[in-house]
Every structure is written in structure tokens, then in C-alpha cells.
Design a protein around this ligand. Structure first.
Ligand code: DX5
Ligand code: ZN
Length: 218
């Protein structure tokens, strides 16, 4: 059970200090948005490279961008230990996953709430994680979509049948109130932005989320 706080809810003027606040987490989740794949713009490769240099924990890059085939391997090259791209945007997800892995990072596919998993099940042979979005990507602080839990179960079942150490991540609206159902459905990596950065103590929030996930997971 791993917790990956999203720095989307952090103070963007003080990102090094904000990374230090989550040093007890497993990963730092970095939401890269290009204003095309999603209607929001955050940060890109030069800033991510600077974050890698100062982060106390590995970076988990979530690329909400068009043409990830062109851009995603660069995030692995600058040192992100996990790179996630959206299947809706990738032209050749097999080649892209292989390119990311060849640089030494974990490769992961993300699927939006309206995207079914079944057409992409064959990609399990090529990836280290599947991210099931539990909000429409683009913004932090949105309401959790419980209707995505059947998809989390479907992915977990497919991973079990496939074998190997493939993680199932959920992202969007994950909090102490919603993490239990995610863990019960089979998620094992939990992204939380506002629930961690909005807490008085980020470390306490991370610990609470991890304990709830462990108590309700498989
Ligand atoms: C949404 C991002 C999420 C977001 C989560 O497009 O991918 O990572 O930061 O924020 P919360 O946890 O506040 O929903
Ligand atoms: Zn994200």
C-alpha cells in the first residue's frame, strides 16, 4: 500500500519545501498538464527536472498531455522513477511503454473515467501500473467518482490473472472518506492532493491514509 501525494495542491511558489512536507510518502505525484489534453496548464520538463534534484522521495509523473509518444520518455530521462501516460492520447502505447522502461523508469497507463479498460488489457504485458482516474483529469479538489470502483476491480482481476507485480493506482478525490472503497476494490497506490496538502500535518494525513488502505486492502 503506497501513498503518492499530488503536488497539484501544493504551494507552487515553494515546491522544494512542499516536497519536504511529504517526505514520509512513497512517491511525489506530479501532474503535468498541457492545456490541450486537459483544460489546464501546470508545469513541464524543466520544472520536473529541478524537482527530481531536490525531492526526498521518487517522482511519479502523471502526464495529461497530447502526443506522449514524443514527450513521455524525457520525463524518465530526467529521473522520474514512474511515468504514466494516458491511453487516450498515445499513438503507440506498446512502443512508448518500452521506451520509458528502457530508460529505467516504471511505465504506466492511465484511463479516464469514460474510457473502458477492456480494450487495453493486452497492455498489461508492457506496463508496471494502471492508473484508474476517479475524477475527470484536469483539476484537484473534485468529488470522488465511486462509479469507477467496478473498473478498479476489473483491472485488479486482470492483473491477478496476468501475474507479475503490476500496481493499480487511483487518482482523484481520494481522502480518508473514500480510500477504503478504493483499497477494497483492489487499488494499492493512492494519489491524494487536497487531502494531504490541505491537512494541517501532511505527515499525519499520509499516515492515516496508509493505515486505512492497509486495513481495507487485500
Ligand atoms: C487531477 C490530477 C490529480 C489531482 C488530485 O487531474 O490528476 O492528481 O491532483 O487531486 P485531489 O486529490 O485533490 O482530487
Ligand atoms: Zn494525477
Amino acid at each position: 500500500m503506497q501513498i503518492s501525494p499530488s503536488i497539484l495542491s501544493a504551494d507552487f511558489a515553494n515546491l522544494q519545501a512542499e516536497l519536504d512536507r511529504i517526505s514520509t510518502a512513497d512517491w511525489a505525484h506530479v501532474d503535468v498538464m498541457d492545456n490541450h489534453f486537459v483544460p489546464n496548464l501546470t508545469l513541464g520538463l524543466p520544472v520536473v527536472e529541478a524537482l527530481v534534484a531536490v525531492s526526498p522521495i521518487p517522482l511519479d509523473a502523471h502526464l495529461m498531455i497530447e502526443d506522449p509518444d514524443r514527450w513521455a520518455p524525457g520525463y524518465a530521462e530526467v529521473g522520474c522513477r514512474s511515468v504514466t501516460f494516458h491511453v487516450e492520447a498515445a499513438a503507440d502505447p506498446v512502443a512508448l511503454a518500452r521506451a520509458i522502461r528502457s530508460v529505467g523508469a516504471r511505465a504506466s497507463i492511465a484511463i479516464k473515467p469514460g474510457t473502458p479498460f477492456a480494450p487495453y488489457a493486452d497492455l498489461l504485458a508492457e506496463v508496471d501500473m494502471v492508473l484508474v482516474m476517479t475524477v475527470e483529469p484536469g483539476f484537484g479538489g473534485q468529488a470522488f467518482m465511486a462509479d469507477q470502483m467496478p473498473k478498479v476491480r476489473e483491472v485488479r482481476d486482470a492483473v491477478r490473472r496476468h501475474g507479475g507485480d503490476i500496481w493499480v493506482q487511483v487518482d482523484g478525490g481520494v481522502s480518508a472518506a473514500t480510500i477504503e472503497q478504493c483499497a477494497e476494490a483492489g487499488a494499492d497506490v493512492f494519489v491524494a492532493g487536497s487531502a494531504v496538502y490541505g491537512a494541517a500535518s501532511a505527515a499525519d494525513a499520509i499516515e492515516e491514509l496508509r493505515a486505512l488502505a492497509v486495513a481495507h486492502g487485500h
